[in-house]
Design a binder for this molecule. Structure first.
Ligand SMILES: NC(=O)c1ccc[n+]([C@@H]2O[C@H](COP(=O)([O-])OP(=O)(O)OC[C@H]3O[C@@H](n4cnc5c(N)ncnc54)[C@H](O)[C@@H]3O)[C@@H](O)[C@H]2O)c1
Length: 282
């Protein structure tokens, strides 16, 4: 039997829903008839969606690191929601700066761990526990990263995302009998303000594109499609999984000692930079 009922519309909390992958996920859920509660430090980028979907979109300012605020939001959102909350997508988190361990302040390490790992834990605790208690099916999707499997110089970020994968598996087993599924998506390099932070050069973008067998940055909407699949009853048997959505980044990482995987002839070195001028990170 499916653990999600096909007839129940999605009613999903999206942390970090004010930007990037979160905002793309919010848009897709709304387009497909579901309802959304955004929790973000800044949800103003969803203003246009709020005008389009006034009855199905709620927005709250708050940090995922603040358990009391998330409990308050849960109460307020549940009261106003037409359909009981049945989904959680954890997108919130700050962009890390690659720094050698010798120069990396502990405070910065803690901030990254706190927003990505502790924030995911707190949101799962607050909303997942309510799904489990309700007796109705629920689905949680956490945002991991390819850097959980292939750590780079963003030390705290890789550690946080490995932690997210581990937490996802632990909670999947913990809540399986309560009809709550818990999965993760591990995106590769995706074109959001997170990746387009200040200081990243055309050369950096060329390196990213060169390390990705599909030869491009991913679109946030492509990650949102995988998130939607995991939220939906189509994924009723999927729990505790982390799905790479990375243009082949992880699969391609073993090619380095042999040269490289085949590249498309159209991969001119400056192709990316000229078609996607960098944006400001808010
Ligand atoms: N963009 C990528 O290439 C990429 C790759 C792998 C994984 N990811 C992961 O996907 C998720 C979304 O990334 P994105 O690229 O959309 O980032 P983004 O910076 O575009 O959006 C992140 C959102 O989270 C919000 N936020 C940050 N800290 C918060 C907090 N404490 N509480 C509430 N909201 C907070 C920000 O305001 C922003 O709206 C992150 O977990 C990121 O680690 C992104």
């Amino acid at each position: 039997m499916n653990s999600n009922s096909a007839s129940t519309p999605l009613s999903v909390v999206v942390t970090g829903g004010g930007g990037g992958i979160g905002l793309a996920t919010v848009q897709l859920i709304l387009e497909r008839g579901g309802s959304v509660v955004i929790v973000d430090l800044d949800a103003t980028r969803a203003d246009e969606l709020a005008r389009q979907y006034p009855r199905r979109l709620q927005r709250f300012a708050g940090s995922v690191t603040d358990e009391a605020r998330l409990l308050e939001i849960r109460e307020l959102a549940s009261r106003a929601a037409e359909v009981p909350l049945n989904g959680l997508v954890n997108c919130a988190g700050i962009a890390p700066i690659p720094t050698p361990i010798e120069d990396y302040p502990v405070e910065q390490w803690s901030r990254v761990l706190e927003s990505h790992l502790t924030g995911t834990y707190i949101a799962c605790k607050v909303f997942g526990a309510a799904f489990a208690q309700s007796g109705a099916p629920g689905s949680i999707v956490n945002l991991a990263s390819v850097l959980a499997h292939r750590p780079g110089p963003v030390l705290a970020y890789g550690a946080a995302k490995s932690g997210v994968v581990s937490l996802t598996e632990a909670l999947a087993a913990h809540w399986a009998s309560r009809r709550v599924r818990v999965n993760a998506v591990a995106p590769g390099w995706t074109d959001t303000p997170f990746v387009r932070r200040k200081g990243r050069t055309d050369k950096d973008f060329r390196s990213i594109v060169d390390a990705t067998p599909q030869g491009r940055l991913l679109d946030p909407a492509e990650i949102a499609e995988v998130i939607l699949f995991l939220l939906s009853p189509a994924a009723s048997a999927v729990t505790g999984s982390t799905i790479n959505c990375d243009g082949g980044y992880v699969a391609g990482s073993g090619w380095a000692p042999y040269g490289s995987f085949p590249r498309a002839p159209s991969d001119a070195p400056d192709r990316y930079a000229t078609t996607h001028p960098p944006r400001e990170t808010p």
